[in-house]
Design a protein around this ligand. Structure first.
Ligand code: GLA
Length: 702
């Protein structure tokens, strides 16, 4: 058998050579021909003062092979066998998948690396280690490292906090490791979601980009590393706490999948591969049904639950075409504010003396589905659950962790705690016709131990299981993953949840960036985007109806606003907006997302182009006042360059506020080729800041 494995798909190649007795990734990037690789071309010289023979850095990066950096497997057995040498025992290639099994007979360990290049050109890497010995093996980390070319120049990743998730940061790649760690016990607002290494000058539209995303909802680490010898790597792993994974004889640790994406067509190209991969799943929500317009009552009523008010809200929502009505926090136990009740998932007799049935029936009679909020992993000290089982919380030593939003975390590895949550949620879902639950996670984990052993991993696996079991018990149930907004958005949770609450910040200006960057990895139809109140509760900024509505169109659209306060004009515009969303959601949720490169930092474009190039919708948003009296052209990217398009302004949510005597002439319609629209574009209107317009392009059949 040849020593070269070549996986190839959709313009991407992965070439792995095994002639050194261990898998060595020679190339991950642009597709190349199947011509046999001559590994001689990749053997390094031997500089003075160095190893006597050229070294090939295999995927396990062992010290034993002369690699002086972090090995892929860190761990030891009784303080020994910390250094390993894995000899390749078997290589199995089937279609676009390759599996390499290697063994260190002396250390009594087996490691497996699986590479799968999906039809969309996305590389999935999954690694495991099995203890073949009789004594325990302590795993500190099992990291997937992938080489990227020497000519990569910059790293782009994302940081954030509550209310300001996924802000980009871009900087040169220097020698050393640029590490992003998440230790919150959940994915975290600061989780980078993806980390890119970029060739010089790579942008949204062009250039080469390599990205890694860890498919995991717990502690995490991602890094870009330029070694002193000059080679550059990207890596990702589950960040394990001390003693968190100790393998008994015969046990295996399966590391979370690392999703790796290469694009020769800029960041938008990488984003599109990820979107297509996620959408190819049979369980993807839009493969089952269109995404219903959702009204969440949180910012309308907070904890102030009252049937009459909520019924009035439901009527107003139904009139504009809302399809799902979600009752948020405050319906259960002693939950009259955020200081009590978590853990007691029983309908509160104080606020709902007749149960939730009357409201559920009202919502259903208005033609909408009913959704309900839970935060099942949490408990307030002031709850019946905590009073009965104070030992069911994650804690270390005899200490109670510091409270956070007055709450503690249930230890779901405790069978009693897990069963309590499952049974109570199951009972509610069995009592009422509930199509949807919003599942929150409003605090970080501290000192997260189960019976003294670090237990973040167990907690993550438990919540995956909980979601899967609830869905199995209630077919058709959809789950929204929320964690104070966007604190639990990742490609691991995507297999268990159906929607992400993108951010608690419903300020449209903030959402312009939060949505834009979150959607690099997550397709927009999985990202909750709501029209918030006129004056944003998060920032106090006041935004026009039009700007809020246009911004909220680019995701799984909804509202979070007391509609009983909206004027007749506003309600009419909301109805028109909802109709537009419904008429276009298929395109918005299946097309290619394009961000394009805008010359001005004051404005941005974002759009979705139909897969067949027949039509597209774009948003042009003015974030700040333009530097120029006439702002830079709006370039519409992603269309068929050769085809002609009819392009015009559409105003389903009202007119943007502009500072111009006359609008651009193309507003009422113009014909241009896709090529010209992408390179030359359209003259931009002079919008006031924090305003946006929608532009439609439709291919003309000549
Ligand atoms: C979190 C969520 C909000 C809301 C509240 C309820 O902050 O992100 O959307 O559900 O909890 O307490």
């Amino acid at each position: 058998m040849s020593n070269t494995v070549h996986l190839k798909s959709d313009g991407v190649s992965l070439i792995i050579d095994t002639s050194a007795g261990t898998p060595v990734i020679i190339h991950w990037g642009r597709a190349v021909s199947d011509a046999q690789l001559d590994i001689t071309s990749q053997l390094e010289p031997t500089p003075h003062c160095d190893f006597d023979e050229p070294q090939l850095i295999g995927i396990w990066r062992e010290n034993a092979r002369g690699f002086i950096g972090e090995p892929a497997l860190r761990g030891s057995r009784l303080a020994r066998e910390w250094s390993h040498k894995f000899d390749l025992r078997s290589t199995e290639v089937s279609g676009q998948k390759a599996t390499f099994v290697s063994v260190d007979a002396e250390a009594e360990l087996e490691v497996v690396a699986k590479f799968e290049l999906t039809d969309q050109g996305v590389l999935k890497v999954s690694q495991s280690v099995t203890n073949l010995g009789l004594t325990e093996f302590n795993v500190e980390a099992l990291t997937a490292f992938l080489p990227v070319p020497d000519y990569t120049k910059e790293v782009l990743d994302f940081h954030g906090r509550w209310m300001r998730e996924r802000q980009p940061q871009r900087q040169p790649i220097h020698v050393g490791q640029w590490v992003r760690e998440g230790r919150e016990g959940r994915t975290g607002h600061d989780f980078t979601l993806i980390q890119f290494a970029l060739a010089e000058g790579a942008t949204y539209e062009r250039g080469e980009a390599w990205g890694l995303s860890l498919a995991w909802s717990g502690n995490n680490r991602q890094l870009v590393e330029r070694t002193a010898i000059g080679r550059t790597f990207m890596a990702a792993n589950e960040l394990l706490l001390p003693g968190e994974v100790v393998l008994a004889s015969g046990e295996t640790y399966q590391a979370p999948t690392v999703v790796a994406v290469y694009s020769a067509a800029g960041i938008d190209g990488a984003s599109d591969r990820l979107h297509r991969m996620v959408r190819a799943r049979a369980t993807h929500p839009t493969n089952i049904r269109p995404r219903p317009i959702t009204l969440n009552v949180w910012e309308a009523v907070y904890f102030d639950h009252n049937y009459d008010k909520l019924a009035e809200l439901a009527e107003a929502a139904a009139k504009i075409g809302v399809e799902r009505f979600v009752l948020d926090d405050g319906w259960f136990g002693a939950r009259r504010d955020d200081r009590a009740g978590l853990g007691d998932w029983v309908v509160s007799a104080d606020v709902w003396p007749e149960g939730l049935g009357k409201l559920v029936d009202k919502v259903k009679s208005e033609g909408m589905e009913f959704g309900l909020w839970f935060e099942g992993e949490m408990v307030n000290a002031d709850s019946d659950l905590f009073r009965a089982h104070p030992d069911w919380i994650l804690h270390s030593g005899g200490r109670i962790p510091p409270e956070f939003r007055t709450q503690l975390v249930l230890d779901l590895a405790h069978p009693g705690a897990y069963q309590h949550v499952f049974d109570q949620v199951d009972a509610i879902l069995s009592s009422y016709d509930i199509a949807y639950i919003k599942w929150d996670h409003n605090r970080v984990l501290t000192e997260a131990s189960h019976l003294g052993q670090a237990a973040v991993r167990k907690q993550v696996l438990a919540i995956y299981r909980m979601f899967d079991e609830l869905k199995a018990a209630h077919p058709g149930l959809e789950i929204e993953s929320c964690a104070s907004g966007g604190g639990r958005i990742d490609l691991g949770m995507i297999e268990h949840a159906d929607r992400f609450w993108t951010s608690d910040n419903n300020d449209a200006l903030e959402r312009q960036s939060i949505n834009r960057y979150t959607s690099i990895v997550i397709p927009p139809e999985l990202l909750g985007t709501h029209i918030g109140p006129t004056k944003a509760h998060s920032t106090g900024r006041t935004h026009s109806h039009t700007f809020r509505a246009i911004t909220a169109l680019w995701g799984h659209a909804g509202l979070e606003w007391d509609l009983t306060e909206a004027s007749e004009d506003e309600l009419a515009l909301l109805k028109s907006w909802a109709d537009y969303y419904k008429a276009n959601r298929h395109l918005l949720h299946s097309g290619r997302t394009v961000r394009g490169d805008q010359t001005e930092t004051e404005s941005q474009t974002y759009g979705v182009v139909a897969r067949d190039g027949s039509q597209a919708i774009y948003m042009y948003a003015a974030l700040r006042p333009s530097e120029f009296s006439r702002p830079a052209n709006i370039r519409l990217t992603g269309l068929d360059a050769e085809a002609t398009y009819e392009v015009k302004l559409v105003e389903p949510a009202g007119a943007a506020n502009a500072m111009q005597m006359l609008p651009p002439k193309w507003y009422s319609g113009v014909r241009l080729s896709g090529g010209l629209l992408a390179s030359l574009g359209l003259r931009a209107p002079v919008l006031r800041p924090e305003q946006a317009i929608l532009i439609e392009a439709k291919r003309i059949i000549e």
